[in-house]
Write a protein that binds this ligand. Structure first.
Ligand code: FES
Ligand code: FES
Length: 153
């Protein structure tokens, strides 16, 4: 069926099957490969995007559910080639190793700071709890959120 989501500000018309996930739509049909497919089971958060302003694991969302909706992906964060402060902070803090988790963590951290510009440590941990990283041990990720907080204060 033909669906018309607005993806990163542009309306798209895409033919999908009922089995197509939003993640597959983004990666395979729209060539937005920033969102990663690490588990396809809703466990890791590497596929996190905004759907009508709410964070979702795009691997769990049927693409048809995005018909008529606003989808924002990690690709929407940089502005004309300038990295978003959260992206800059992840680099500065050394919070990127293999990078597989990074897009989901960056989206979740950007969402947190947009809602709560000065989050507590507990609020950071809670906001990022759905995003698994097997490389960094998470401390550098939390350091990155603090750097981004300072940069956007
Ligand atoms: S790929 Fe979607 S939660 Fe892991
Ligand atoms: S940097 Fe490798 S999984 Fe997070």
């Amino acid at each position: 069926m033909l669906i018309r989501p607005t993806v990163n500000g542009a309306e798209r018309a895409v033919d999908v099957t009922p089995a197509t996930s939003l993640l597959t739509l983004l990666r395979d049909e729209l060539e937005l490969t920033g969102s990663k497919n690490a588990c396809e089971q809703g466990e890791c958060g590497s596929c996190t995007v905004w759907l009508d302003g709410e964070l979702v694991c795009s691997c769990l969302v049927p693409a048809v559910q995005a018909d008529g909706c606003e989808v924002r992906t990690v690709e929407a964060l940089a502005d004309n080639g300038d990295l978003h402060p959260v992206q800059e902070a992840f680099l500065e803090a050394g919070a990127v190793q293999c990078g597989f988790c990074t897009p989901g963590l960056v989206v979740a951290a950007a969402d947190l700071l947009a809602r709560d510009p000065h989050p507590s440590d507990d609020a950071i941990r809670e906001a990022l709890a759905g995003n698994l990283c097997r490389c960094t041990g998470y401390q550098k990720v939390i350091d990155a959120v603090r750097l981004a907080e300072a940069a956007t204060a």
